[in-house]
Design a protein around this ligand. Sequence first.
Ligand code: PNS
Length: 165
Amino acid sequence: MAVAFYPGSFDPFHLGHLDVVEQAVALFGDLVIGVMHNPDKDSSMFTADERAELIRQSVTHLGKKVCVEKFVGLTVDAAAKIEASLIVKSARSGADFDIEQQMAQMNHAASGVETVLLFSRPEHSYISSRYIRQFTLSGGTIKTPMVTAPVQQALLAKHNKGAKS
Ligand code: PNS
């Protein structure tokens, strides 16, 4: 079976991401989740190490089919390094689709790697890391489950820390 590479910021990993991970494992067998790490500017909420660890804790039910690695630089180089057969991405909307199409075409033109777009179930399609970050960092709470239990705990810790400072 193929090895698929699913790159992203995952700040934080949410149920839409998990949905795509589960679909990719069912379709392709083995999946490497690549957590983008920019050494000059770490993420606005969790560090790359924290993001990777939260994903590992969120995908334990998938066993050895999934592994999580950090990467620096280009997605196509990270995909080539692990000898991935394809890149997995997802799009929630037309706006996402336009960006993903351009990145997929650019990555293909640059390296020949194909990108497969997967769509989360509709109940997850509004979930966005950016808005989860905004709510959490502004001290807001989210009633509807949008993230896995380990991520929820980490968000709660951020929320409580923010409330104290
Ligand atoms: O979860 P995100 O933030 O939408 O992920 C975007 C990501 C990390 C997949 C994208 O920014 C990316 O591929 N970054 C690595 C740099 C790169 O390869 N740039 C060229 C894209 S055509």
